[in-house]
Design a protein around this ligand. Structure first.
Ligand code: 3PG
Length: 395
């Protein structure tokens, strides 16, 4: 169901779950992509005359109120983007929330404080989550699920609340799932997937699944050194997950057998230590010195990756190719991002971190076919998993 299916919303209290989990430097928002992505649903609801109550999380405060994780700066930015002040409640189901909601006029928006300040939000105990969801439900008449970045979490404001109120998927959740469906249901070929980031253990399930559906997997970032080690190469002081070497080796073998291409870098930019000032040297991936660590894919590999990406019809990319926040080690990530902008087909940047990285490197959102707001959520979708926050909407 979409927002349109909820009927006349004038004067109705609509609770909407958004993913407003943005990176902050103190109270300064360094990338407001997720807030901007929430605007279409919110504008639609305010235009319909609803009283809009936004539930969201910020970071991982572990069930305790903590001013460092307050959503107050987000309320401010959301108001700027919506062109009308957003009321802010200093709690989520207490006196402040109740009063703020009571005071809402038709077409007004209120943001309630971080849902993760209450330990019941993320509790594994269903009855605790249900109790909190019932408290949320008292504040509204209908529920809209629009926090795509969090739909893979079975949490009170994502999952349990949808069971208590008439509900619909918001514009962002609808748009994100439509694009990801194009990657999983018969993608236009060649379908190329670029994976990076530091931990290979976070990506095993997605690699496993994509080995069967993608034409090529291009692997960079810190996770690549476990693959290079599986090929018997020395990786010096680079990141290595020794307990995953065998698994990576089995993926290389399986790819060979079934004719899926796994492209690993042939050259690496290394430095003597993990620091922005570490002097970079390009070495062959076969000859990483013992006293150096790899912090980016090299120029030859960047060129090879870019060629493969540009000739694809469908591309999904998650995770930087190197330490993109260090200028001397950002070229691989930049090269891959630029290649994605040149794809004649569908290019998708998956992940809050990857999205922030491409914006930080100076790319605009519309340079790409789609920038997903969900990191873990988009990966789990591509793993073929059932996502609780989507599943509950189908019931
Ligand atoms: C994200 O940043 O991927 C989402 O906001 C979910 O956050 P979480 O991983 O802390 O649940």
């Amino acid at each position: 169901k979409s927002i349109d299916d909820l009927g006349d919303l004038k004067g109705k209290r609509v609770i909407i779950r958004c993913d407003l989990n943005v990176p902050l430097d103190g109270t300064r928002i360094t990338d407001d992509g997720r807030i901007r992505a929430s605007v279409p649903s919110l504008s639609k609801l305010t235009a319909a005359g609803a009283k809009v109550i936004v539930l969201a999380h910020l970071g991982r405060p572990k069930g305790k109120p903590n001013p460092e994780f307050s959503l107050a700066p987000v309320a401010q930015r959301l108001g700027e983007l919506l062109g009308a002040p957003v009321a802010f409640a200093t709690d989520t189901t207490g006196e402040s929330a109740t009063e703020t909601v009571t005071d809402l006029a038709d077409g007004q928006v209120a943001l309630l404080e971080n849902v993760r300040f209450d330990p019941r939000e993320e509790s594994k105990d269903e009855s605790e989550r249900a109790e909190l969801a019932a408290e949320y439900a008292k504040l509204g008449d209908v529920f809209v699920s629009d926090g795509f970045g969090v739909v893979h979490r079975k949490q009170a404001s994502v999952y349990d609340l949808a069971k208590l109120l008439p509900h619909a998927a918001g514009e962002l959740v609808a748009a994100e799932t439509e694009v990801l469906k194009r990657l999983t249901d018969d993608p236009q070929r060649p379908f190329v997937v670029v994976l990076g980031g530091s931990k290979v253990s976070d990506k095993l399930a997605v690699i496993d699944n994509l080995l069967d559906s993608a034409d090529a997997l291009l692997i960079g970032g810190g996770m690549v050194f476990t693959f290079l080690a599986a090929e018997g190469k020395g990786v010096g002081k680079s990141l290595l997950e020794a307990d995953q070497i065998d698994t990576c080796g089995s993926y290389l073998e399986r790819a060979k057998q079934q004719g899926t291409e796994i492209l690993l870098p042939t050259d690496i930019v290394v430095g003597p230590e993990f620091s922005a000032d570490a002097p970079p040297t390009v070495v062959s991936a076969d000859a990483i010195p013992d006293d150096q660590l790899g912090m980016d894919i090299g120029p030859e590999s960047t060129k090879a990756f870019a060629e493969r990406i540009v000739s694809a019809k469908t591309v999904f990319w998650n995770g930087p190719m190197g330490v993109a926040e260090f200028e001397a080690y950002a070229a691989g990530t930049k090269g891959v991002a630029k290649a994605l902008t040149e794809v004649d087909g569908l290019s998708v940047v998956g992940g809050g971190d990857s999205a922030a990285a491409v914006r930080e490197l100076g790319f605009a959102d519309d340079d790409f076919g789609h920038i997903s707001t969900g990191g873990g959520a988009s990966l789990e979708y591509l793993e073929g998993k059932q996502l609780p926050g989507l599943e509950v909407l189908e019931d």
